[in-house]
Write a protein that binds this ligand. Structure first.
Ligand SMILES: [Zn+2]
Length: 263
């Protein structure tokens, strides 16, 4: 494989907490992952991701407030999020979105609270002209409805879990869909169908590391280098050469997240 890859979504702060930051960065470089986007879930986490991005030339960060947060950002937090999103290494607002997978210990934030957080963050993205990275778990219709309030906002549907029909809705709305390791799982037929049919310039790949380890590495912490396994699976599904998938997803990630070509 000669074409570089981009991991459009991982959590380097969480890998750092597990003592895996250097393993992650070295493994990515060895596997041809030229750029890593590390994603924030709240103000403090986004700021810690900023520190990692400042220390590593191939790492960029996002400024997020995820649907698990128990309250929308207050005025002071919103100002701090706005400051952070103007940082030269900040590429997007996210992750933000809606999550209707309610479980004790996972999260129990009411939908109405999530919707207020999501709208606040979508407006932040519009104000600073940034793409958004959207978290949608069991909330496809609700996410599309919320996007109706901000027609100029575009970006990525992170960890896409819809079928081919929802994929088409997202693409028609101007979003690229991002496939994570789930597309390699045995019972992911709907997602695999979406990956087979998505236009070649409308999807990217990600790991969501340390979560969602792809086949054949199940049972271990996920790492950015494993984005190669997801790209390989999509190439097989689309009956395309792996290098074609790598080239296309890298070009789309650069376009949507406005990433510069590496020096
Ligand atoms: Zn994530």
């Amino acid at each position: 494989m000669t074409e570089p890859l981009i991991d459009t979504h991982c959590h380097l702060v969480l890998l750092d907490e597990r003592g895996l930051l250097h393993t992650a960065l070295e493994g990515a470089a060895a596997a041809g992952v030229e750029t890593i986007v590390t994603v924030g879930v709240d103000l403090e986490d986004s700021d810690r991701n900023r520190e990692i991005a400042e220390a590593h030339a191939n790492v960029w960060f996002t400024v997020g407030w995820d649907p698990q947060q128990s309250q929308p950002p207050d005025a002071a937090q919103r100002r701090a999020l706005a400051d952070l999103v103007q940082h030269p290494r900040a590429v997007a607002v996210g992750e933000v979105g809606l999550d209707l997978f309610f479980r004790p210990g996972y999260h129990e934030t009411p939908l109405q609270v999530q919707q207020r957080s999501f709208l606040t963050m979508l407006e932040l993205a519009a104000e600073f002209d940034k793409p958004v990275v959207i978290h949608d778990r069991d909330a496809h219709d609700e996410v599309i409805a919320a996007l109706g309030h901000v027609p100029d906002v575009h970006g990525l549907m992170h960890c896409f879990t819809g079928d081919a029909v929802h994929m088409r809705r997202c693409v028609d709305r101007g979003f690229a869909v991002s496939f994570a390791g789930i597309v390699t799982f045995k019972h992911a037929g709907d997602i695999q169908e979406a990956a087979s049919g998505v236009p070649a310039d409308a999807y990217v790949v990600e790991t969501d590391a340390p979560f969602l380890t792809p086949v054949p590495h199940r049972g271990t912490a996920n790492l950015p280098e494993r984005v190669a396994d997801t790209a390989a699976k999509i190439a097989a599904l689309r009956a395309e050469p792996e290098d074609e998938v790598r080239r296309r997803t890298t070009a789309t990630a650069r376009r949507v997240l406005r990433l510069p070509e590496p020096a």
